[in-house]
Write a new protein. Structure first.
Length: 397
């Protein structure tokens, strides 16, 4: 075959390939068919969309003491709230000194929380803790019997705090602190102190160990000591330890109000009957709405994110629930109505048992404040304000 003939044949083959590629591209166009195009009629054939609003069929509020171990230590006694703060400086961090006299011991705390009148009085007594404790397990009922020695006061404070970022200084019993730095004193003498408020004290919160970037925010112990002859004096400062608070309050038992409170805690349980929704139904959205009872709200000066958390209950008593939660916040334009999407919970009820919702103050505020929320419940005299759930769901025909 001549060179000329081979070139002519190659040209014909190339042209044929170009034509095939072009036709293939046209047949693989990304344009959707009429059946799959965005303009296809909705809802899709065989699917029915329904929209319904139901009212809760039951609710309850229950009190539960839990370990606080939060980012703030509370102390005070106001408006029915009581908070006791417990502090222990790690004994292992003390420089043990058996041949010195402690001439001064001061506890310094930084304010981070105010409940009620910011200019109100602050007053509490300090007592020695008499047994070991852990902030992750200590609760209100833990400190009621035999937890501290109430027969001897080891310090105290009474006064006012002028600013939110003030420091408070407490003079501690030097004999007690002398035992803290002694190598011969029993370990049972080194469990720390508890701050017990007087009846007239407002509630204040103080920064916790490891709760800020600056050591100056931590609870601080300053010890000034001299040698036995009194000729030399030095100062030691300690920042390491553990602390927590325990709290209690008895709320008015109004069955028409759902009450949710941090720092104690109160939680609420809410139930809806969705038995009319068939199993296998897809829940598109479920909007929970709760109306506020303004006289039952008590929020602090440091509350910036107003919200409650709605968890899927895993038991009939509401004591166990899913760790994840839906945030229920003030609805736009209606500050007295809180709302949030709980479609996950409703979908779970469609697929399995329905134990309702648990309402609580979200972490970390549940263990750091005394914030109180009050909502109209199922027994509210105002029927339109009762808890309600707007559900949009898809049914297969």
């Amino acid at each position: 075959m001549t060179e000329h003939t081979r070139g002519w044949i190659l040209t014909v083959v190339q042209c044929f390939c170009f034509v095939v590629i072009a036709l293939s591209a046209m047949s693989c166009s990304e344009e959707p068919t009429e059946e799959n195009s965005p303009t296809a009629p909705l809802p899709l054939p065989g699917i029915t969309i329904r929209d319904t609003t139901i009212t809760a069929i039951g609710d309850s509020t229950f009190k539960q003491y839990i370990p606080m171990d939060g980012m703030t230590n509370l102390v005070g006694n106001a408006e029915g709230y009581t908070a006791l703060s417990v502090i222990e400086f790690y004994p292992s961090y003390f420089v043990l000194r058996d041949t010195v006299n402690v001439v001064s011991a001061k506890l310094r705390l930084r304010l981070s929380y105010t409940l009620g009148d910011a200019a109100g009085p602050v007053s509490f007594d300090v007592y020695r803790v008499t047994r070991g404790w852990n902030p992750s397990t200590l609760r209100w009922d833990s400190v009621q019997t035999g937890f501290y020695d109430a027969s001897t006061k080891r310090g105290g404070f009474s006064g006012t705090i002028s600013a939110d970022t003030s420091y408070l200084t407490v003079d501690l019993d030097t004999t007690m602190v002398r035992e803290w730095i002694s190598s011969t004193a029993s370990a049972s003498l080194k469990y720390g102190i508890i701050l017990v408020p007087l009846p007239s004290s407002s509630v204040r919160g103080f920064m916790q160990f490891y709760s800020g970037d600056s050591l100056s925010f931590y609870p601080t112990l300053e010890v000034i000591a001299t040698n036995t002859s009194g000729t030399t004096r030095d100062t030691s400062t300690y920042y390491n330890g553990i602390a927590t608070f325990v709290g209690d309050v008895t709320l008015p038992g109004d069955p028409a109000i759902l009450q949710t409170q941090a720092g104690v805690v109160y939680r609420s349980k809410l139930s809806f009957d969705i038995s009319f929704i068939p199993r296998g139904t897809i829940i598109n959205s479920a909007l929970l709405s709760l109306d506020v009872v303004p006289t039952s709200m008590r929020l602090t000066s440091f509350t910036t994110d107003t919200a409650v958390a709605a968890h899927v209950a895993l038991s009939t008593d509401g004591l166990s629930f899913e760790s994840g939660a839906s945030a229920i916040r003030p609805a736009t334009g209606t500050p007295n109505t809180f709302s949030g999407d709980v479609s996950h919970a409703v979908q779970a009820w469609v697929r399995g048992p329905n134990y309702g919702l648990v309402l609580r103050v979200p972490a970390p505020w549940e263990t750091s404040r005394f914030d109180l929320y009050g909502f109209h419940g199922t027994r509210s005299s105002t029927a339109a304000s009762r808890p309600r759930l707007k559900i949009i769901y898809s049914l297969g025909n």
